[in-house]
Design a protein around this ligand. Structure first.
Ligand SMILES: [Zn+2]
Ligand SMILES: [Zn+2]
Length: 107
C-alpha cells in the first residue's frame, strides 16, 4: 500500500452565532455558540473547509468544543438512573418487578 494519507478531518469552531449563551462543561466559563466547521487537513495544512448545519458550544478559556445537543446531557443521565433494565432483553422495566414482563427472565 503506497497510499499514505497524513492528515484528517478536524472539527473546529467557526463563526460565532451568539456569545456567552452557554456554560463550559469542563471549566464552567461562559461559552459561545458557534457554527461547526469541518476542516480537511493534509500534512497539517488546511486544504478544505466547510460548514456543517450543527451548532457547537465553544469555550474560549479552555478551548473545548462540544455539541449543542449535549447541553441537557446531565439531565438525561439523571433520568436514566433509577431505571431498571432487563439484563436479557435490555428493555426498561419497573424497578419493583422481580421478573421481566417482556421476556420473563429474572431481574
Ligand atoms: Zn472551558
Ligand atoms: Zn427481558
Amino acid at each position: 500500500m503506497f497510499f499514505f494519507f497524513v492528515g484528517g478531518l478536524e472539527q473546529q469552531a467557526g463563526r460565532v452565532i451568539s456569545e456567552r449563551v452557554g456554560r463550559c462543561i469542563r471549566c464552567g466559563s461562559a461559552a459561545d455558540l458557534v457554527e461547526r466547521e469541518k476542516v480537511l487537513k493534509l500534512f497539517f495544512v488546511p486544504v478544505w473547509r466547510w460548514r456543517s448545519e450543527a451548532r457547537d458550544f465553544y469555550c474560549r478559556d479552555c478551548g473545548l468544543l462540544w455539541p449543542q445537543s449535549m447541553e441537557s446531557f446531565d439531565e438525561k443521565q439523571r433520568s436514566i438512573e433509577g431505571v431498571l433494565r432487563c439484563g436479557n432483553c435490555d428493555r426498561v422495566v419497573e424497578s419493583e418487578f422481580k421478573f421481566c414482563p417482556f421476556c420473563g427472565s429474572e431481574l
